[in-house]
Design a protein around this ligand. Structure first.
Ligand SMILES: Nc1ncnc2c1ncn2[C@@H]1O[C@H](COP(=O)(O)OP(=O)(O)OP(=O)(O)O)[C@@H](O)[C@H]1O
Ligand SMILES: [Mg+2]
Length: 256
């Protein structure tokens, strides 16, 4: 689904060039859930933008989605950012339907799909509310529905729970797992939470500080559905400890 080979990305700014990514290679298969963790500023969002075709990689880099080189915005995907970015004058349902409208898709079929997604995230009964009448978690659930309503094969999420409180965040993790188990989309998920990455992913990509490189890729060999209650168990902490160890070696986490 996604293929990155020897990807470099340098931003040109007024103060000179900023190398954001160096020699990143990564293959993501169809239906895989892959998380990216790494220190702030290591190029995680940049990587996501490269895959979405919203910013170009440096010359010599290979970025492919579904076997095609990415040369401009990739339209056959859904993106969820840290903030929900909803239109306040539109209802929840109409915010989701915006995706179908912009793409000129069949209204009736996509309305039914929007309602099905709202049911999946527990928002049935709120479809006629406006965004300001919702909690942060509900707004983010709405933006997840919007990213999925056109049934894209690929879902990109950049710290989608970053602005939520801890409890809502835990619930959203469970919700995302359920959505993934139902839809089996390919997901590229960026997070600062090591536990979230381990709970959700087939593989976790650990990046180095900027300029970001792939430091290590862990395959999470745990049965699903995974439960928050189990996350303290040894099978889980084996992975979380390993990731923390990498960050300690990078000097991102101290040993005390
Ligand atoms: N449009 C831009 N122009 C210039 N530099 C940029 C631009 N976007 C990002 N950068 C720089 O590239 C580096 C990587 O940024 P990026 O946003 O990808 O990091 P990140 O890993 O997502 O960080 P965070 O975890 O804080 O979200 C940073 O040093 C940042 O300053
Ligand atoms: Mg970022």
């Amino acid at each position: 689904m996604i293929s990155l080979r020897d990807v470099d990305k340098t931003y040109q700014t007024r103060d000179g060039s900023v190398p954001a990514l160096r020699g990143v290679s990564l293959e993501i298969g169809d239906g895989e859930f892959v998380s990216i963790v790494g220190p702030s500023g290591c190029g995680k969002s940049t990587l996501l933008m490269l895959v979405a075709g919203l910013t170009p990689a440096d010359r010599g880099s290979v970025v492919e989605v579904r076997g095609r080189p990415v040369v401009g915005p990739v339209t056959d995907l859904g993106i969820v950012f840290q903030d929900a970015i909803l239109l306040d004058w539109r209802t929840v349902l109409d915010n989701i339907m915006l995706q179908a409208e912009v793409r000129r898709l069949d209204r009736t079929a996509h309305r039914a799909r929007a309602l099905e997604l709202l049911r999946m995230v527990g928002l049935i009964g709120f479809e006629q509310k406006r965004p300001f009448e919702l909690s942060g978690g509900m707004r983010q659930r709405t933006s997840i529905c919007r990213a999925l309503v056109h049934d894209p094969p690929l879902l990109l999420m950049d710290e989608p729970f970053g602005a939520l409180d801890a409890l809502t965040r835990e619930q959203m993790t469970i919700d995302i797992q359920r959505i993934w188990l139902t839809t089996r989309k390919t997901v590229l998920f960026i997070t600062h939470s090591i536990m979230e990455a381990v709970l959700l992913s087939d593989r976790v990509v650990v990046m180095s500080p900027r300029p970001g490189r792939v430091e290590e890729i862990l395959t999470i060999d745990l049965p699903r559905p995974r439960k928050l209650d189990e996350s303290g168990a040894q099978e889980y902490t084996r992975y979380t400890s390993r990731i923390r160890e990498i960050f300690r070696a990078q000097g991102i986490l101290s040993r005390e």
